[in-house]
Design a protein around this ligand. Structure first.
Ligand code: PRP
Length: 210
C-alpha cells in the first residue's frame, strides 16, 4: 500500500488557507501554488538517497551528507501541475522536466491525454509528479502510468489537495507510489469536485473559465 504523507507544516497550512479562498486572484494563486510546491518538494525528497562526502570548511575538514545521485525528473500534469512544479524547480534547479497533458471530461470525469514529453533521464533518475488536485484519481493514475511506461524506476506524487476517493484509487492502481499532499479533504461532490477543496485549480491558476 502506497504511503500517504499529509504535511502539517505551519507555513504550508497558512498558504493553503489563502489558496483555497475564493477571493484569491489568479496571480496570487499562482504564486501561492509555487510556494506550496516548493515546501511539498522539500517534504517529498526528505529520504532521497544520500552518501557521505568530504567537505573542507575554512576551519576544518569534515564528513557531510550529500545527495547520492542527480536530481530526479520533475513532471507536471498539465495544466495546473505547472503552477505546483514551479516551486519544485526552485528546490531542484538541476532537474530535467517532463510534461503530461491530461484533461478531464466534465461529464464522464475520465481523463484524456493530449501531450507527453519525457526527458530520457527519467529511466535512471525516477520522477516526481505534480498535480494540485487528486480528485477521482483518474488523471494521476493515467499520468503515473505514462511515466512508468517511459521507464521511470521509482516515482513520487505531489498534490495540494487530495480527496479520500482519489487516494484510495491511486493506492489501488499504483501501490508503489507514495503520495505527498498538503491536505486531505472530506469528499468529492456529484460533479467530481473536491469539497471543500479550492475549485478548479487550472482555471484559477490561469484565469480561464471551466
Ligand atoms: C484537474 C486537476 C487534475 C484533475 C483531477 O485538471 O488539475 O489534473 O482535474 O481530477 P481527477 O483526479 O478526477 O482526474 P483538469 O482536467 O480540469 O485540467 P486542467 O488542469 O487543464 O484545468
Amino acid at each position: 500500500m502506497a504511503d500517504l504523507h499529509v504535511s502539517d507544516h505551519a507555513l504550508l497550512s497558512h498558504r493553503m488557507a489563502e489558496l483555497r479562498d475564493v477571493a484569491t486572484p489568479s496571480p496570487r494563486f499562482r504564486r501561492l501554488l509555487a510556494e506550496i510546491g516548493a515546501i511539498l518538494t522539500i517534504e517529498a525528497t526528505r529520504d532521497l538517497p544520500s552518501r557521505t562526502a568530504k567537505v573542507t570548511t575554512p576551519l576544518s575538514a569534515m564528513d557531510h551528507r550529500v545527495l547520492a545521485g542527480p536530481e530526479p525528473v520533475l513532471v507536471a500534469v498539465l495544466r495546473a501541475g505547472l503552477g505546483l512544479m514551479e516551486g519544485g524547480m526552485q528546490v531542484l534547479p538541476e532537474a530535467p522536466v517532463g510534461h503530461v497533458g491530461l484533461v478531464r471530461d466534465e461529464h464522464t470525469l475520465k481523463p484524456s491525454q493530449y501531450l507527453l514529453r519525457m526527458p530520457p533521464e527519467v529511466v535512471t533518475r525516477g520522477a516526481i509528479l505534480f498535480d494540485p488536485m487528486l480528485a477521482t484519481g483518474g488523471s494521476a493514475i493515467a499520468a503515473i502510468a505514462r511515466v512508468k511506461e517511459a521507464g521511470a524506476p521509482h516515482l513520487r506524487f505531489v498534490c495540494a489537495v487530495a480527496a479520500p476517493e482519489g487516494v484510495a484509487a491511486l493506492r489501488a492502481a499504483h501501490p508503489d507510489v507514495p503520495i505527498h499532499a498538503a491536505a486531505l479533504d472530506e469528499r468529492l461532490n456529484e460533479r467530481g469536485f473536491i469539497v471543500p477543496g479550492l475549485g478548479d485549480a487550472g482555471d484559477r491558476c490561469f484565469g480561464t473559465e471551466g
